[in-house]
Design a protein around this ligand. Structure first.
Ligand SMILES: [Ca+2]
Ligand SMILES: [Ca+2]
Length: 420
């Protein structure tokens, strides 16, 4: 079997050489012409059959390349974006319910739209802004667990206030029923480290809801006794999701004047986190029929708010050089697709066959590259970075471009959690 295979590939190699000689050839084929066993085992019967194979192989090299970006992608991207309406506070459809608010309004600031809310004075001290709720559907919490939002709290400088993230296990037309069925995180304190977000400034909040240990010593969820308990985000039936933007200022017994909320994302693994050194591992598949070598270059483009799939920035041969930024150093990888097939003993000729690289299993991506978003002069917390891939086979003879259907979002350390 193995010997037969070797013979077959050897014959194929020689025929590619002959074919190349007839047609002018390429460098790929020229490499295969160094065989010293030309003519061996050839019969007319073999020639017609093997020529068809050789022509197929040659035809592969004119087929288009393609890149499939596995991560970041819409498959693991943002929940609201994937349903077609990002929670960017651009329309009232972003809000499902507001509890205990004196007023809420959508306000335009420059290019952007925010939700400005003024909560009622306590007690009960808590206001809840819910973005999604359903009595029929369960929230796909396993898939979407990175909570990211951009929020400003307008309050006295000495105001000591907290926020929370919450979900509800019941959805109803009666607000009180929803609130009674809600589970919140422990309160987080924005204005002390690691967030150090003073009142009156916009800050990025980030919490991984699937973990109960976002900060040492305190579990993420109020219902847990210790950070070692599993996160109930992953096990409870979730019928509504929201945030408590702030509580009232416990120390001065006053309410913050108002809060401004810019956007809320609930995503899968598309985040470059501070705790990981702001590194993100992109994963992709490459289909490069007949190519020996493919050079993949990844560039980025920053946008303020992420977009629904299909509305990504344009990524093509024209825009690649103008609208997309190189990483520093450039994110570029040379992929050698040539493999000796089958593995040969030393002394024999290497035989190059067309290689089509495909994913080993769905969702994993055969190829990967670590992108570095740690440079604070280039990258900012809360910004969305779309990626444009250029794959370039055989020294530019074939090229393809592909944009990621979801961005990488840079996120800071999780907020400090404290006792209730
Ligand atoms: Ca929206
Ligand atoms: Ca916004």
């Amino acid at each position: 079997m193995k010997g037969g295979m070797a013979r077959k590939t050897l014959v194929l190699c020689c025929l590619i050489g002959i074919l190349a000689a007839l047609s002018g050839g390429t460098r790929h084929v020229a490499g295969a012409m160094s065989s010293t066993n030309e003519g061996k085992n050839l019969s007319s019967h073999h020639i017609s059959g093997e020529r068809a194979v050789a022509e197929d192989a040659y035809a592969l090299q004119t087929q288009p390349l393609s890149v499939t970006i596995v991560a970041p992608s819409k498959e693991i991207g943002d929940f609201a974006a994937n349903r077609g309406n990002v929670w960017d506070m651009a329309d009232r459809g972003d809000i499902a319910m507001v509890h205990n608010a004196e007023s809420v309004a959508l306000i335009r600031i420059g290019e952007d739209t925010i939700l400005r809310g003024n909560m009622r004075d306590g007690p009960p001290h808590l206001g809840f802004v819910v973005f999604w709720g359903s009595s029929r559907e369960l929230f796909p919490a396993k898939q979407y667990h990175h909570m990211i939002f951009r929020l400003k709290i307008q309050a006295r400088r000495d105001c000591w206030t907290n926020g929370r993230v919450g979900y509800t296990k019941v959805w109803s037309g009666y607000e009180d029923v929803v609130i009674r069925a809600s589970v919140s995180t422990y309160p987080y304190v924005p204005h002390i480290p690691p967030m150090s977000c003073s009142h009156g400034n916009f800050c990025i909040y980030y919490i991984d809801l699937a973990r109960n240990n976002n900060w040492p010593g305190w579990p993420t969820w109020h219902t847990a006794r210790s950070p070692n308990d599993p996160s109930t985000w992953l096990t409870d039936p979730i019928r509504g999701v929201g945030i408590v933007p702030h509580e009232w200022c416990a120390n001065v017994r006053a309410n913050p004047d108002y809060f401004d909320l810019d956007f809320v994302y609930l995503t899968g693994d598309i985040v470059a986190r501070a705790e990981d050194g702001y590194r993100y591992r992109v994963r992709y598949d490459l289909n490069a029929p007949g190519a020996q070598r493919v050079v993949v270059t990844i560039r980025y483009r920053e946008v303020h708010e992420l977009r629904p799939p299909g509305q990504e920035p344009l990524c093509d041969a024209d825009s690649f050089g103008y609208f997309w930024q190189d990483f520093d150093p450039p994110a570029r990888e040379e992929i050698q697709l040539v493999t000796p097939e089958p593995p040969e003993p030393t002394g024999e000729n290497r035989v190059f066959l067309p290689v089509i690289a495909k994913a080993i299993s769905a969702g994993r991506g055969q190829w990967s590259y670590w992108l570095d978003f740690s440079d604070n002069s280039r990258f900012q917390d809360g910004k969305s970075y779309y990626l444009c891939f250029e794959a370039n086979a055989d020294d530019g003879a074939r090229r393809t471009y592909q944009v990621s259907s979801a961005p990488v979002i840079r996120v800071p350390r999780t907020p400090w959690f404290g006792p209730d």
